[in-house]
Write a protein that binds this ligand. Sequence first.
Ligand code: C5P
Length: 401
Amino acid sequence: MSLHGKRVLLIVSGGIAAYKALELIRLLRGAGCGVTCVLSRSAAQFVTPLSVQALSESKVYTDLFSLTDESEMGHIQLSRAADLLVVAPASADLLARMAAGLADDLAATVLLATDKPVLVAPAMNVRMWQHPATVAAIATLVARGVQVVGPDEGPMACNEFGPGRLAEPPAILAAITARLAQAPGPLAGRHALVTSGPTHEPIDPVRYLANRSSGRQGHAIAAALAALGARVTLVSGPVTLPDPAGVAVRRVETAQQMLAACQAALPADIAVCAAAVADWRVATAASGKIKKSPGAPPLALELVANPDILATLAAAGPDRPRLVVGFAAETDALADNAAAKRTRKGCDWIVANDVSPQTGIMGGEENAVHLITATGTEDWPRLPKAEVAHRLAARIAAALA
Ligand code: C5P
């Protein structure tokens, strides 16, 4: 989508992810968007004002210059001359100062003085992101209408793993585009129901059957549908991901709970079943912890089939969503199995992916999918899961237009 005529004030705060701001500037300029940058003092340790200026083709503001340059463009003017303020990466420190309303450097001052919408893309160490101080700061900012993009989960520069990585620049661009869109998003007025993550099926009070689903793809789809203006209900099994911004999240553990939450969320225009629902549950979970005893015979668990949520939602009835999309994780005969699954489950589309161990897709950052509809199969290239989500959301919007 073109951003011609739009202006973004990009505030870059410190951290190793600051280099990705350069890619974001490039994408914004490529979309025709005017970009003015404010570099915090620590950001200038990671990216040079000169490279930011070259890519943005605009004067770069730092504490050093602008505080002595009041005559050229004051803080207030700077904060108002854009359609949107974007903080990427947003450090824990800057988020805390925003939440507290501090104005102790140029970045914080501009953010306090603005009357424009603000979008933040946090990036920090996983412990910092999960610290109650940051959680509270984010909650305060969200309550004030600040939009949060990411962070993503993955390996971090500090050798830890978890949520805290800056969202990928294309995902930040997509959120900026949706926010700047004059017209309401193409899915405005639509309700989308998305399932995501694994389910946990109890064996006894302390043990359960589970699978390796991370929920990344389902959560990304929920975020992408919301970015196009849909009201989204995300029914999620147990995951470690943060809730996507602007999405109503219902947390469940078991397949039966997931089905009940989905049915309670109807009616919906769109259902995307991306959850890896356990096919079986233990017939009768033990009420107390099952004890091992020497010489006892092998423990046998009787498993019964779980309800098929996708097939249930797709079954004809007054509440059937207009577009029902399922996923097929296959290790062989992908296209044939997926096409058969589309018919068997009664859904409209199947997003099929190869989850053979060598693909690294299950639990990974990328996905290579095939979209199977009534009219044929499209092979999509290997893409970040967020990009797969945006493409799928765009296809859904086009199908419902
Ligand atoms: O049958 P299979 O598990 O391969 O089908 C995968 C698709 O069906 C996914 O879209 C998944 O979310 C959905 N599904 C479901 N409920 C189940 C099993 C699978 O919604 N019990």
